[in-house]
Design a protein around this ligand. Structure first.
Ligand SMILES: [Zn+2]
Length: 222
């Protein structure tokens, strides 16, 4: 069941916010996990079926509607389809509980009614590791955009799933009542930059980048 090759990653934009949901799979076993299924669950199921993947888990970087609004529905659909055990829903840090529980309220502000609250099986915390697809993932707590935002780091493929912390040329919004711009910049410097210049950053919106490109060029990090 183990593989030494690189994992496949497909970016699937979801919701009117064009949030990058990621499908990640081991080409040797076709086992997979999904990061930030914000919505468009039928579209995600279509991609999962087309690629012939068995999904073991769903990961959430933070509690915003465009990242988590489809999580419960996707889990239910996958469990019904796969029929062999549960799909683990791995949440962000516990501080984002209030957001996970208010997705329907967040969505109503945008006139959206098909996104739903999410109830993770577990929360994650800084420095914790977990194993998925026989590979170790490290959790780093990167607050500022939301209080409980985490990123997931795969040291083997040198990829970080960054949610709404670090983007190509910019950083996540902090103009929410619970946002903190200084905390976000400090978090990026302390938790993401040390991962190494060659690490690929897969953000929640827009194109991929690398830690090195952002360390050198991102105006918010100078
Ligand atoms: Zn967000």
């Amino acid at each position: 069941m183990s593989s030494t090759g690189r994992f496949g990653v497909e970016r699937v934009p979801v919701t009117p916010f064009q949030q990058n949901c990621s499908l990640v799979w081991d080409p040797a076993t076709r086992h997979a996990f999904v990061i930030d299924p914000g919505g468009d669950v039928d579209k995600l199921l279509g991609r999962i079926k087309a690629a012939d993947l068995t999904v073991d888990a769903i990961l959430l970087t933070h509690g915003h509607l465009d990242h988590v609004g489809g999580a419960n529905a996707l889990r239910n659909a996958l469990e019904a389809r796969q029929g062999n055990g549960s799909v683990r829903l791995i949440g962000p840090s516990r501080e984002d509980d209030f957001l996970l529980n208010s997705v329907e309220t967040q969505a109503a502000h945008f006139g959206i009614n098909d996104l739903h609250n999410a109830q993770p099986d577990c929360y994650t915390s800084d420095g914790e590791t977990f194993t998925l697809l026989n590979r170790v993932y490290e959790v780093r707590h990167v607050p500022g955009h939301t209080p409980g935002h985490v990123v997931f780091f795969d040291a083997k493929d040198k990829v970080v799933f960054a949610g709404d912390t670090l983007f190509r040329g910019t950083v996540g919004r902090t103009d929410f009542p619970y946002g903190d711009s200084k905390q976000l910049i400090d978090s990026i410097h302390e938790k993401i930059i040390p991962l190494g210049d060659d690490v690929v950053v897969l953000p929640g919106h827009g194109a991929p980048t690398t830690v090195g490109a952002e360390r050198i060029n991102n105006p918010f990090l100078q």
